[in-house]
Write a protein that binds this ligand. Structure first.
Ligand SMILES: C=C(O[C@@H]1C=C(C(=O)O)C=C[C@H]1O)C(=O)O
Length: 404
């Protein structure tokens, strides 16, 4: 039995998380947190994995007896999911939590499955600053100089005309002195990055600024990001950096590749699609990005997972053209990205949902975390500047792990 009831404003959503299986999708204090597992499945690798996931969900939820008193996107049963970047890699997960607490637009609701009581027990108190121990870091598959060398090889390939853009990522191993306190980590991410989607799904945790797709009925929205510069210490310098980013030929071209990939993926599914003529600036506390909000209306009914299947991987995380870029990523990065840069989000029984691209994130196992960050490489990329950019993206998780 699945039951959704309206509840009074729960305050801080994250403060309600409990238990080892904790799921979250929170932005500007809205979204959902969830705990427990009524069902969970490892999605088999392969090109049809999104369709497989959609069908598994239809079957799993199709058998449920649903009493939904709220009836909005995200009410009723919900599944959280996280997919690997590479369709051939194992580790994609879909889970239906036993309890989901959500808030959007002044309404809050609680969904429970099975024997979990359909009332909200008082949240367990959370220490204001959960203590963290020191964190030790080690290189992942490539050291910083090796990664810079990989960037220069990619630049050569692009200059030869083999491809236009490739996104190269690196990983970093972090070991904390104590097991990671997930709730405290998520709280720090939401505090520092309120405009990002702070997510937690089966051990993958982060705060991504990039919305792959939100589907609400026939409406779809996406926020395309590509092109990055650092924040500066003074407002004047910061504004100057932003202006320089907006007028940088290299970054505008890099951004256009990402926008084109989203347009090409969405156009066949949509009866109308609005793509801004020029990007705007998105300022986060670590970096500023070029951003293009894209919106459209689906021409035929398609679940959010069908739209995700058509979009992934966009050129924000793969490159242009996609096939050549993905092949070069496999050759130069020397690692399996796992679920980093794959789709992460939630879907309800109507097929509505929100999926981000899993950036600024880490994969947690006990006190070990594997962190990732990448950058779009173009013909005129400077390897040292790309390394600095990757490092400022890694800082998101490093700061949260270290208690900042
Ligand atoms: C690949 C990442 O970010 C992507 C790459 C960007 C860039 O190169 O400018 C900007 C935003 C993201 O689309 C990452 O954060 O790991």
């Amino acid at each position: 039995m699945v039951r959704t009831v309206a509840v009074a404003d729960p305050g801080d959503l994250l403060a309600h998380l409990r238990g080892p299986a904790s799921y979250a999708w929170v932005r500007h204090g809205e979204g959902m947190v969830a705990w427990g597992e009524a069902a969970r499945v490892t999605v088999p690798p392969g090109p049809g994995r999104f369709a497989w996931a959609r069908d598994w969900l239809a079957q799993t939820l199709g058998e449920a007896d649903i009493d939904d008193q709220v009836r909005v996107p995200g009410s009723g049963p919900v599944a959280f999911g996280s997919f690997t970047f590479d369709p051939a890699s194992p580790g994609s997960v879909l889970a239906v939590p036993a309890a989901v607490l959500a808030r959007r637009g002044g309404r809050a609701w609680l969904t429970t499955i099975g024997r979990v009581p359909a009332t909200l027990a008082p949240a367990a108190p959370q220490p204001a600053t959960a203590p963290t121990g020191p964190v030790r870091y080690g290189d992942g598959s490539l050291s910083a100089p090796q990664w810079q060398h990989a960037v220069s090889l990619a630049v050569e390939r692009i200059r030869r005309g083999d491809l236009k853009k490739v996104v190269l990522a690196r990983d970093l191993d972090a070991v904390a002195e104590r097991p990671i306190d997930l709730r405290a980590l998520l709280s720090r991410l939401t505090r520092r990055y309120p405009a990002c989607y702070t997510f937690s799904c089966a051990g993958l945790v982060g705060a991504t600024p990039e919305l792959l797709v939100r589907r609400t009925g026939e409406a779809v929205e996406s926020l395309v990001l590509a092109g990055t510069t650092a924040r500066a210490a003074t407002p004047a310098e910061d504004a100057a950096r932003g202006t320089a980013l907006l007028s940088s030929g290299k970054d505008r071209h890099e951004h256009a590749c990402a926008v084109d990939s989203v347009r090409d993926a969405l156009a066949p599914l949509c009866k109308d699609l609005t793509v801004p003529a020029a990007p705007e600036l998105l300022k986060l506390s670590n970096v500023q990005h070029l951003a293009s909000p894209v919106s459209g209306r689906l021409s035929e009914s398609a679940s959010v997972l069908d739209v995700v299947a058509a979009m992934h991987p966009t050129a924000a995380v793969g490159g242009t053209p996609t096939g050549r870029a993905v092949e070069l990523i496999g050759r130069l990065e020397g690692m399996d990205r796992g679920r980093y840069s794959g789709p992460v989000g939630w879907i309800d029984a109507r097929g509505d949902g929100e999926w981000g691209i899993a950036l600024r994130c880490g994969s947690i196992e006990g006190s070990h975390v594997r962190l990732f960050a990448g950058c779009g490489i173009m013909a005129d990329s400077d390897p040292a500047a790309e390394l600095a950019e990757a490092q400022s993206k890694l800082r998101v998780m490093q700061d949260a792990l270290e208690g900042r």
